[in-house]
Design a protein around this ligand. Structure first.
Ligand SMILES: Nc1ncnc2c1ncn2[C@@H]1O[C@H](COP(=O)(O)OP(=O)(O)OP(=O)(O)O)[C@@H](O)[C@H]1O
Length: 429
């Protein structure tokens, strides 16, 4: 019986080769059908954060293969986010993406538009100036983005910054995971793709709307930027004037938001994914020997049209997730399926560092924390957090929306709800 997890072909020297199907980017037949170009990745066995090698093999075609569907007439833009992750996006473009584009799009790749980020606002600026006007006038866009979750969120927020016209065409986005956690990429692919998203370039036909949520804040909320050295006003809802931020991954307060905020410094970033563990340690085992902070606020959940407050007034972990995985091995919401539009609450109360570490450890075991009696896990339609003056220090009033950090006022609040608008589609295999 043939093994469906393997892809086999005869190489130039007529040797039978079998590769893991997850490593296959594309099988491109020549126009006469007599030969075929196989493109696949060879991952670094020891370190999956190292850019994989892209291999190209020309073979004689035996079974009839289908030419992959390539972007039919879409205007293609490539966004290289040089500040994402540990700064590998440009190298990945040169070594991984460019050679694949040359094979998949021999006639059109020269016309692709390349944008390289120069600052923290580059993706948002590009979206406001270029992508939004084009999408709004009905241009079919394909945006290949080499970034982490932050790049996608900037795209989403830029595209939603004005009410859409009747002609609005949701851009198709190809996600290449060059960030640190890449929650969205890992949740969508959940172990099915090993090609750093390159295989999505070969399959134009499969794309699905990206589910998103909207966070609405009390009037004095401010976005913290530049390692929290500066504050900025948030965008305003065009109808209500309330400060808003859209997300597609996670909204949190408490331990998770604190560790994302504390670890987002140039110094921590050098450590890649380890930065989250390092910041976690500092929060769970404060230097003065005290126990971890008890986060105080009123928390309510929305189910249908009914808001229900939780009875607990102190918390450690309050997180609403639109995805299954916050990092490749960290399954925060095992019931979430790729792009299913569900929102799940994960909550636990104040506890000591050891127990918090135990619960986090269970999340690294395929999401077993949700079975633990200490954890509340449920599907929700919305989440509201109201401080009511209970937290003096602003650092305990930080909210994380997909990695961005918003500081609320003492009596501030935030409300998260699923958003119905279709802003962009994610390309799949
Ligand atoms: N050239 C640049 N100079 C300064 N900032 C940049 C530059 N390019 C990108 N950035 C910023 O770097 C941040 C990268 O965020 P992104 O989410 O893409 O990566 P990440 O945080 O490493 O990954 P993840 O969110 O998946 O953990 C964004 O805030 C982006 O605006």
């Amino acid at each position: 019986m043939s093994d469906s997890t393997k892809f086999t072909f005869k190489d130039e020297t007529d040797q039978e080769q079998a590769i893991d199907r997850k490593n296959l980017i594309a099988d491109v037949p020549s126009t006469d059908g007599a030969s075929s170009t196989i493109i696949y990745v060879q991952p670094d066995e020891k370190d999956d954060t190292t850019i994989p090698t892209v291999k190209v093999v020309k073979v004689r075609t035996e079974p009839a293969t289908q030419r992959p569907q390539v972007a039919s007439g879409r205007e293609t833009h490539i966004v290289i986010s040089t500040g994402s992750g540990t700064g590998k996006a440009q190298d990945f473009y040169n070594q991984g993406l460019k050679p694949v584009l040359e094979i998949l799009f021999p006639a059109s790749h020269d016309a692709f538009h390349i944008h390289t980020t120069e600052s923290a606002t580059s993706v948002l600026d590009l979206t406001n100036k270029l992508f939004l006007p084009k999408a709004d006038s009905g241009t079919q866009l394909r945006i290949v983005i080499l970034s982490g979750d932050g790049g996608i969120i900037d795209l989403v927020n830029g595209l939603l910054s004005k009410p859409a016209s009747a002609q609005y065409a949701p851009p198709q986005v190809v996600l290449l995971p060059l960030g640190t956690a890449n929650a969205l990429y890992h949740s969508i692919n959940a172990g099915r793709d090993n090609t750093w998203g390159l295989s999505s370039l070969a399959g134009d036909s499969i794309s699905q709307p990206l589910p998103i949520f909207t966070a609405t804040f009390s009037p004095g909320a401010r976005l913290l930027v530049d390692e929290a050295r500066k504050e900025e006003e948030l965008s305003k809802d065009p109808e209500t004037g309330a400060p808003i931020l859209h997300g597609a991954v996670v909204a949190s307060w408490g331990f998770h938001a604190s560790l994302v905020a504390d670890s987002d410094t140039a110094e921590y970033r050098k450590h890649g994914i380890e930065r989250f563990k390092m910041a976690a340690n500092d929060l769970l085992y404060p230097a003065d020997g005290a126990s971890p902070h008890h986060y105080k606020a009123k928390v309510s959940v929305l189910s249908g049209t009914t808001w229900t407050p939780l009875k607990e007034e102190e918390h450690m972990y309050v997180l609403a997730s639109m995805v299954s995985n916050l990092e490749k091995p960290f399954t925060i919401s095992p019931a979430s399926k790729p792009l299913d539009g569900s929102l799940h609450l994960v909550r636990f109360g104040p506890t000591d560092g050891a127990n918090a570490m135990r619960l986090m450890g269970l999340a690294y075991q395929g999401g077993k924390h949700v079975e633990d009696p200490d954890v509340l896990y449920q599907a929700i339609d919305g989440l509201r957090i109201e401080f009511e003056g209970r937290e003096e220090d602003f650092k305990w009033r930080r909210i994380c929306i997909d990695g961005k950090i918003v500081r609320l006022e003492k009596k501030g609040w935030v409300e998260i709800r699923k958003e119905e608008r279709r802003v962009l589609d994610i390309a799949g295999r």
